[in-house]
Design a protein around this ligand. Structure first.
Ligand SMILES: Nc1ncnc2c1ncn2[C@@H]1O[C@H](COP(=O)(O)OP(=O)(O)OP(=O)(O)O)[C@@H](O)[C@H]1O
Ligand SMILES: [Mg+2]
Length: 262
């Protein structure tokens, strides 16, 4: 058994995942995945549709079974949902009968955290995502971007050390998306949470990621990992720099070479 680097929060070791299908065939979704993520890192994963990005996050979140290989979380073999992991999906799926504050509190209620303490934390998180004035509103009264921010606050309520995000901003318009990207970077810098975020957008992957993991079309393999050497803290002006453009072009070329843009 190969033990992961001691410093890693997450280690994928030779992960292989095959889904069985009704006709007796199957789909190899992931092949030979090796990846270490260090504490406090922001890693983005980019790749074509169907290459296994969601599968990768779901395995890490403990909500999808591993095929072969090993996944380590905080120094222990992963076995099912982990209390140190928060997850944000593309759609926030809020409970319509609970107000914003009570939606953020759902994971704390499940864990039976004392209400007063959890409530204080929820209000702090709502403030951090710019929703301090909306705590008593209901999901139907919020825009898509605001609902997604509630989903982010909810994922952070139990103070996870690792936040997994699967195309969290995919449904948002370009302007809201840029704003959310900035807010997420600020939040991550403040909390120090390790983040692994999946996106279809190459510029978004470069803007957010300290490292960008590029995957190939099915069966998903990691074809390259980029260290993104852009100044921190990042602001939107970085998007217009030649260096940013170089990363985007290189990743696009990788995807093209592997047939990921066909
Ligand atoms: N529960 C499942 N049962 C069978 N096959 C599945 C299942 N989930 C995913 N797959 C298959 O595994 C492959 C990878 O799927 P996955 O959802 O991980 O891709 P993805 O990279 O997230 O795609 P997208 O960018 O479109 O969200 C696909 O071919 C898909 O058909
Ligand atoms: Mg997906």
């Amino acid at each position: 058994m190969t033990h992961p680097t001691a410093a890693a929060v997450v280690s994928f070791r030779g992960v292989h995942k095959r889904y069985a299908s009704h006709d007796g065939g199957g789909t190899v979704a992931l092949q030979d995945i090796h990846l270490d993520v260090a504490p406090g890192e922001f890693v983005t994963v980019v790749g074509p549709s169907g290459c296994g990005k969601s599968t990768l996050l779901r395995i890490l979140a403990g909500i999808e079974r591993l095929g072969e290989g090993e996944v380590w979380v905080e120094g222990a073999r992963s076995a099912g949902p982990h209390p140190s992991i928060g997850v944000v999906f593309q759609a926030p799926v809020l409970l319509p009968w609970r107000n914003v504050l009570d939606n953020v509190l759902v994971p704390a209620d499940i864990r039976r955290t004392p209400r007063a303490r959890a409530r204080q934390r929820a209000l702090e998180l709502l403030d951090m995502v710019g929703l301090a004035d909306f705590a008593t509103r209901y999901p139907a009264e919020l825009s898509g971007g605001m609902q997604q921010r509630v989903g982010i606050a909810r994922a952070l309520i139990n103070s996870p050390s690792l936040l997994l995000m699967d195309e969290p901003f995919g449904a948002l318009d370009a302007m809201t998306r840029e704003h959310m990207n900035l807010q997420l970077l600020a939040l991550q810098a403040r909390l120090g949470t390790t983040v692994m975020l999946v996106t279809h957008s190459i510029p978004e992957a470069v803007f957010l990621g300290r490292r960008v993991v590029v995957m190939t079309p099915r069966p998903g393999r990691i074809t390259r990992v980029y260290d993104v050497a852009l100044d921190a803290p990042r602001d939107l002006s970085v998007i217009n720099t030649p260096r940013f453009g170089d990363y985007v072009a290189a990743i696009r070329a990788d995807l093209q070479a592997s047939g990921g843009l066909d």
